[in-house]
Design a binder for this molecule. Structure first.
Ligand SMILES: [Zn+2]
Length: 295
């Protein structure tokens, strides 16, 4: 286990205890989260690293990497995926100026490649990075682009770089952003979606909140810490957009972790997801946020 002693966002070294959470999907171990007193970044620390961290990804429940469906939560996830893929594509089209064909996209942490497939259908040239062997093979079958295991194996420049719920997983936070920026064209656009720990559903579910997903989520962001991270890397934040469906999905998982039965999981998730989106309307603290940035 490794203890984080310096905040990667502001380089501060003073932390307070934030919350303790269980790993509900793989190990059922408990992890401490700490909060940087200076920039408000929340960090899973101590944490497993390297190969030890990889072991926490080995689970049939880890559905972003698998396509076999069982249970109500997985079903809801897959049903919403079709809608979400299209919505994400429209978003990058709107902000990324991708109307002409042949523009290049790099999806960092592309999972099984569904998003890249959607982009390829729309005449984009696609590439992906995915560390999981199994997911990477599937992504490779879904697209004709190059899917590689790490950022060091990526070559060339991209007009669009996307990270859909990936940044919270990367061990080398600054190094990753520096390298991604090097692969972005001068007028290119980055889309970074992360859970928002200041959302109403995070506050409602506390240690059960699925957005913490320890120890796989190493960093837990707020608008403040993300803005500071962009500043550090000289990236210009254009806009922050909510992923409203995530409030329902995260509430459903959180209900499951709290031990609710199947029926109450669904009814409470709909109620809490709706409440979260309503509550976030005035301060835009939605369950998940997409940060759109340029050089
Ligand atoms: Zn900090």
């Amino acid at each position: 286990m490794v203890r984080v002693t310096e905040c990667p966002v502001c380089q501060g070294n003073s932390f307070s205890d934030f919350i303790k959470c269980e790993d509900y999907t793989v190990s059922h171990e408990t992890f401490q989260l700490i909060k940087c007193r200076q920039c408000s970044l929340v960090i899973t620390s101590p944490r497993p690293d390297g190969e030890k961290l990889e072991k926490y990804y080995v689970s049939d429940d880890y559905i972003s990497h698998s396509n076999k469906s069982s249970g109500v939560v997985d079903y809801a996830y897959k049903a919403s995926r079709v809608f979400t893929l299209r919505w994400k594509y429209n978003l990058i089209q709107k902000f990324g100026d991708v109307k002409k064909p042949g523009l290049r996209i790099l999806d960092f942490g592309c999972g099984t490649g569904f998003f890249l497939r959607e982009c390829e259908k729309n005449k984009m040239l696609v590439a992906g990075v995915e560390p999981s062997d199994k997911a990477r093979e599937m992504a490779q079958q879904q697209t004709s682009g190059s899917i590689v295991p790490n950022l060091e194996s990526v070559s060339g420049l991209f007009e669009i770089i996307t990270l859909w719920h990936v940044l919270e997983h990367v061990e080398q936070l600054n190094d990753t952003i520096t390298k991604l920026k090097q692969h972005l064209t001068e007028t290119g656009t980055m889309f970074i979606a992360v859970p928002n720990l200041e959302s109403p559903d995070a506050k409602k579910y506390q240690q059960y909140w699925a957005g913490y997903d320890v120890p796989r989520h190493l960093w837990h962001f707020s608008k403040r810490s993300m803005e500071r991270l962009f500043n550090r890397h000289n990236l210009r934040l254009l806009k922050i957009i909510p992923l409203k469906l995530d409030a329902y999905y995260v509430s459903m998982l959180s209900e499951k972790y709290k031990g609710a039965n199947k029926l109450t999981t669904i009814t409470n998730a709909i109620k809490e997801g709706w409440k979260s989106n309503q509550g976030a309307r005035y301060n835009t603290q939605y369950s998940s946020l997409i940060y759109i940035a340029r050089k």
